[in-house]
Design a protein around this ligand. Structure first.
Ligand SMILES: [Zn+2]
Ligand SMILES: [Zn+2]
Length: 329
């Protein structure tokens, strides 16, 4: 039975599912603080983006605005995908302190909550993917109640889960992060990095290369609008890549998919079914048309000696069974 069908059967579940796993906090002051923080962050991103788009259409954009848009989109997409996701959550590779600091900085500048919260949520997603306990599945909500109806599924996975009255207990899912001084430093100072990403760096770039007018355009378009776009592409991995696309590995006990448009805009994270099958892999492409830019950058950094102990679990798995990586396709 598919996971979707499983949850249809489960549709009569009570408000909080009795088999909700440990480490899911429901209600209380911590959850209220989470909701307030999500609301402030999203209000900032959305209102800034609306003004940013209005500015773009009325004032126009030049090379100053577009160049920083491209640079910051690339850096923060790499930061969340290769840095926060593959380095911190899955320990796909190791690196020395300066490289780790760089990845943490550009990951925190992706404006997606603290590094600690991101790691805890994502590990819980992998453990219970599309089943009771998953924080952002399209098929089951934060309390483990089945979600019925296509629109509700999209809404929950794309945005509602950030505002629901549940949260991950990081002492259960991200204990190692709690004792990691660098991760906790970025977690404590996250609003500084959001500010740098949305305002500080764009303002400096715009003013330096184009004066006051370009400064406003760069802050609004390459700062706020770009930051919101990167947040939306990241959460879309959890919504699009559990509903649309193809499955290379049917044996995963979830609805994860590979989706090629998502793969391009997230630099490889859209190869999500490959990723659920081999979560620790640093390079997650299994075919020539699966373009994993984050993985290629990690491989490039490995060649330069800047990262090491790069995990390639699927290669060992395939070698044991078939003889080549692509043989499993
Ligand atoms: Zn997933
Ligand atoms: Zn993952």
């Amino acid at each position: 039975m598919s996971v979707a069908a499983y949850h249809e059967v489960d549709a009569a579940a009570p408000e909080a599912h009795p088999s909700l796993p440990t480490g899911v906090i429901i209600g209380g002051p911590l959850v209220r603080a989470k909701r307030v923080e999500s609301a402030v962050l999203f209000a900032t991103l959305i209102s800034g983006s609306i003004v940013g788009l209005a500015w773009a259409f009325t004032q126009g954009l030049g090379w100053v605005e577009w160049s920083l848009f491209a640079i910051m989109y690339a850096l923060t997409t790499l930061g969340i995908g290769a840095g926060v996701h593959r380095m911190l959550v899955h320990r796909s590779f190791r690196c020395d302190t300066p490289v780790k600091f760089f990845f943490c900085a550009i990951g925190q500048m992706a404006c997606q909550g603290s590094l600690l919260k991101w790691v805890g949520n994502h590990r819980r997603h992998h453990l219970y993917a599309d089943h009771v306990g998953d924080p952002h599945s399209p098929y089951v909500d934060g309390k483990g109640v089945a979600i019925t109806g296509k629109l509700k599924r999209w809404l929950h996975a794309q945005s509602r889960w950030v505002f629901d009255d549940t949260m991950t207990d990081n002492s259960v899912y991200a204990k190692d992060m709690l004792s990691d001084p660098m991760v906790m430093f970025f977690t404590r100072t996250r609003w500084f990095w959001y500010f740098l990403s949305m305002v500080g760096i764009p303002a400096a770039w715009g003013y330096a290369f184009g004066g006051v007018h370009a400064m406003w355009g760069t802050v609004l378009f390459a700062g706020f609008f770009r930051a919101y776009l990167v947040v939306m592409t990241s959460v879309a991995v959890g919504s699009v890549c559990h509903q649309l696309g193809y499955r290379r590995f049917d044996e995963t006990k979830d609805e994860s998919t590979n989706q090629l448009v998502m793969t391009i805009v997230t630099f490889g994270e859209g190869l999500h079914n490959n990723h659920h099958r081999f979560p620790r892999d640093a390079y997650i492409s299994h075919a020539w048309y699966e373009f994993d830019l984050n993985g290629l950058i990690i491989r490039g950094l490995e060649k330069l000696g800047l990262v090491y102990d790069v995990v390639d679990a699927s290669k060992h798995h395939v070698n044991r069974t078939e003889g080549s990586r692509s043989a499993e396709a």
